[in-house]
Design a protein around this ligand. Structure first.
Ligand code: NAP
Length: 451
């Protein structure tokens, strides 16, 4: 760690007054987790499942780029692993260097991103070190979390819903200088206030997954779930699923959560979800073979849902993709909605369209969240109405190991990564609010410790 970085870390840990941060030296380099262009072909013809993020992710020093007028340097105390970290580190379905290359062609500032290394990570909590001269709402010393919607707001297509912007990107996935580093570069319109009852790592894990689930469940841009609606949530103790369950509960709905082990079923019940389906124990086999699905298995899932809640679900929160989409389209109620943001198990999907059109169902795509949605989702975390789902914490040097954990579906909820924070548990300022919700804040961590 350089002297400049050590001084920044000490100032944060020792709660230096905000004014001091403006005079701290900006380091010329920082350490970060990255993949390298020269490694893009390292996995040859290996299947996605057999590609190991531990081989591709390196932690190394990189030069900090010049700051654009609408950007900020953020000293990153903690970050987290998202599934996009897995996609980047296995170079699938495409190498993310193709994104950086395209961004590099857009503008003078875009060119900075097109490098032979990609500093990854789409979440961060930390402290603002410097802001560009066009930044109005943030200043050095502000304690922040970062949301990953990277949009040029001078583009007319970014107004209305910025997720429709023609140059919308996910920071740290489709841009360089992501959050898994000691210092990160973000646009000012990615910054949000840090929830002060949470530690740095508890604050860092929410941005990407919590905002995605907010849009999918709560926002009118997603399902716009109503009181009394029931929602089938695949992967209900996973990264996005565990926030989705909380939003369904908060909105007066009934979550039906699907998981794949007794431990996860217990955790889901502890989260307050009573309708639980253990897909392993039930032995669902939606695909008879590589090419053919089994509608009898869809029917069996539908019956299971009716046995738990007495009716079909209004909404299906879909993301596993190829393995489950046939079943998801089948089990949604007549007139129901299947909302999807991903396809972890494969993106060439197949479903029986007769169930969609004859029963007037809707299949809707959804992707991350606009700044307003991310802000509202962060506010709910800050008010203690939605809670982080962090189950494990890794160091920056262990980023590859952490990504491997997510790739292999080995952990629940979210995995935190300490970047500048020397230990867990630092950064809490609102002890009273923390105390009020401590059981929920630490739920996933306690379950992980028990296993
Ligand atoms: P995660 O933490 O790995 O959780 C995914 C969950 O899905 C797992 O806990 C697992 O639960 C379940 N699952 C995995 N494979 C499955 C299968 N074949 N059938 C049924 N369930 C399966 O990942 P995540 O962070 O929730 O992300 C999930 C997906 O959403 C990823 O593909 C990610 O890239 C994508 N995503 C997209 C956006 C967006 O903005 N578009 C945002 C966030 C995430 P059980 O094994 O317990 O059932």
């Amino acid at each position: 760690m350089s002297n400049a970085i050590a001084a920044i870390r000490d100032a944060i840990v020792n709660n230096a007054p905000a004014e001091e941060f403006a005079s701290l030296e900006i380091p010329t380099t920082a350490r970060g987790a990255m993949v390298r262009a020269e490694d893009q072909e390292m996995f040859g013809d290996l299947a996605d499942d057999d590609r190991d993020p531990r081989q591709a992710v390196k932690v190394d020093e990189f030069p900090l780029p010049e700051l654009a007028p609408d950007e900020a340097y953020v000293a990153v105390m903690a970050s987290s692993i998202n599934f996009n970290t897995v996609w980047t580190s296995i170079f699938r379905p495409v190498s993310t260097f193709s994104f950086l290359n395209r961004l590099g062609k857009e503008s003078y500032w875009g060119k900075r991103h097109d490098l032979p290394y990609h500093v990854i990570g789409s979440d961060a909590s930390g402290v603002v070190l410097r802001v560009g001269n066009a930044v109005r709402n943030w200043k050095p010393g502000d304690r922040v979390t970062v949301q990953c919607n990277h949009v040029d707001d001078q583009d007319p297509t970014a107004h209305d819903d910025s997720m429709f912007a023609s140059n919308q990107r996910i920071w740290g996935f489709e841009t360089n200088f992501g959050g898994l580093a000691e210092v990160s570069v973000v646009k000012a319109n990615q910054l949000m206030p840090k929830p002060e009852h949470l530690s740095w790592e508890e604050s860092a894990v929410n941005g990407l997954c919590n905002s995605t689930s907010y849009r999918m469940i709560v926002s009118k841009n997603g399902s716009g779930m109503q009181q009394g609606d029931s929602v089938l949530v695949w992967g209900a103790t996973g990264g996005i699923g565990a926030y989705a369950v909380q939003y369904v509960q908060n909105g007066g709905g009934t979550p039906v959560g699907v998981v794949s082990s007794e431990k996860r079923a217990e955790l889901l019940r502890a989260l307050g979800c009573d309708a639980v389906i253990d897909r392993r124990a039930e032995g669902y086999n939606f695909w008879k073979n590589e090419h053919e699905q089994d509608p009898k298995e869809w029917l069996r899932l539908g019956k299971k849902i009716r046995s738990l809640i007495g009716r079909d679900v209004d909404v299906v929160f879909e993301h596993p993709g190829r393995s489950t989409m046939g079943a998801s389209v089948f089990v949604a109620k007549r007139g129901g909605l299947i909302i999807t943001c991903a396809a972890t198990s494969g993106y060439m999907l197949e479903f029986d369209n007769r169930y969609l059109w004859m029963n007037l169902k809707t299949l809707k795509g959804c992707h991350f969240a606009n700044y307003r949605e991310a802000w509202e989702a962060n506010r709910l975390i800050g008010e203690g109405k939605v809670h982080p789902t962090m189950s494990k914490v890794f160091t920056l040097d262990q980023t590859g190991e952490a990504a491997y954990n997510v790739h292999k579906n080995m952990s629940e909820g979210k995995l935190g990564v300490l970047c500048l924070s020397p230990e867990e548990g630092l950064g809490v300022r609102n002890e009273a609010l923390r105390e009020q919700h401590i059981d929920k804040i630490t739920l996933f961590r306690r379950y992980d410790a028990m296993s």
